[in-house]
Ligand binder design. Structure first.
Ligand SMILES: [Zn+2]
Length: 102
């Protein structure tokens, strides 16, 4: 299932202010509000294809985010990020944990 990114259009909570990712069916309606604080949110273009990770800083930042997702048990998110960062083994491991069969 595709992962969509949303971000608060104005004031939001910690969760939506800096953007969040959510797995939705293609047929699901786009979110219009934050699931946590109900602040209005807008859909961002998926960074999955657009984002190329080039600098070491970005890799470190991405690895930090992956670890955060792993800590939360958000294996799908961790896998997508690892995939994006070219960390294939880590992606595969997390996909496995998320119940997704490669
Ligand atoms: Zn929020």
């Amino acid at each position: 299932m595709p992962i969509y990114e949303y971000q608060a259009t104005g004031e939001g909570c910690e969760y939506c202010q800096n953007g969040f990712e959510i797995i939705q069916n293609m047929s699901d309606k786009p979110l219009t509000e934050c699931p946590k604080c109900q602040a209005p949110v807008k859909k961002l273009l998926s960074s999955f294809h657009a984002c190329v990770i080039e600098t070491p800083d970005e890799v470190i930042e991405t690895e930090r985010k992956i670890s955060d997702h792993e800590k939360d048990g958000s294996w799908g998110h961790a896998a997508e990020l690892a995939d994006k960062a070219g960390l294939e083994d880590r992606a595969r491991e997390n996909y496995k944990k998320s119940g997704y069969n490669m």
